[in-house]
Design a protein around this ligand. Structure first.
Ligand SMILES: [Fe+2]
Length: 285
């Protein structure tokens, strides 16, 4: 088996992979080992990368099929039209007062990327091109670990249930007035099984989950708000302080992430790619 050097970034979440240049062709055996570390830790970090846009797409494709950017073309920003089609431009840079990228400013609530799609993306990669002098950290929570520790009454309340998830593109919190009008939605199991390791993971998040299907609204609201608070606890989380040249890859099946606030007068510029999935989320048996 290939020996991949790594170090854990917190108790449950995140591992830094050492000695990998994403511009190089990585042997299949090494890819498999990185994937194993990724599945267990939900996030892997590659520091010190130097990538142009085609390099990021090529690096992404080494781990699977590169997913498409899913916002409808009518709602693409001016900057989005200038990057490769597989790349989502995330930046607060403005031209003539208009943000050129998606998700421009400040804090963003915990979420799974594309949980609002019928077949959500399996993973997301984010490369830091330019970062502010402070803030803009990305926080991650491992929802397999959160499931294992979840109180029995909450496990009983959500297992076997379905959740309605919805997203207005560009929202950074529920009811965001700056979001675009286009809305995407999908119903998924509240608890899903990771096909790579068989572990159960909570599949609910504060930004995009709206209600538990076939449950009275007040009851659903009370359960979801307890779940949100539980899964965002520090004990399950890793808070990533970005350096220029970092690539993070996270598992959208088993983790949530949030963006911390950052100064509006400093540039934050990231390129995002995704890995497509082939199947809708599995039910937890
Ligand atoms: Fe995200």
């Amino acid at each position: 088996m290939a020996k991949v050097e790594y170090r854990k970034l917190s108790q449950h979440t995140g591992a830094e992979i050492l000695g990998i240049d994403l511009n190089q062709q990585i042997p299949q055996e090494t890819i498999r080992e990185i994937w194993r570390i990724f599945v267990d830790h939900t996030v892997v970090l590659f520091r010190g990368q130097t990538l142009e846009q085609p390099d990021l797409v090529r690096a992404t494709s080494q781990f699977g099929e590169c997913g498409e950017y899913d916002r409808p073309a009518a709602f693409h920003t001016s900057g989005q039209k200038k990057v490769l089609p597989q790349i989502m431009l995330i930046t607060n840079i403005r031209e003539n007062g208009e943000p050129i990228g998606s998700l421009p400013d400040g804090e963003m609530w915990f979420h799974h990327d594309t949980i609002h799609r019928k077949v959500p993306h399996k993973a997301t990669l984010l490369y830091s091109v330019e970062i502010p002098s402070w803030g803009g950290n990305t926080a991650f929570s491992n929802l397999m670990a959160a499931w294992d520790a979840l109180p029995a009454d909450l496990k009983k309340a959500i297992e076997g249930r379905q959740v309605y998830n919805a997203f207005n593109y560009g929202s950074t919190k529920k009811g965001d007035p700056n979001a675009v009008a286009a809305r995407s939605h999908a119903v998924h199991p509240a608890v899903r099984v990771c096909p790579d390791n068989g572990r159960k993971a909570i599949y609910i998040d504060r930004l995009m989950s709206q209600n538990i299907v076939d449950m009275p609204e007040a009851e659903s609201e009370a359960i979801l708000s307890r779940i949100y608070d539980f899964i965002e606890r520090d004990e399950f989380c890793y808070d990533h302080v970005w350096k220029k040249g970092d690539v993070l890859m996270w598992d959208n099946r088993t983790s949530i992430h949030a963006r911390r606030d950052f100064p509006a007068d400093q540039v934050r510029l990231m390129w995002r790619t995704t890995l497509a999935d082939t199947v809708a989320p599995y039910w937890a048996a």
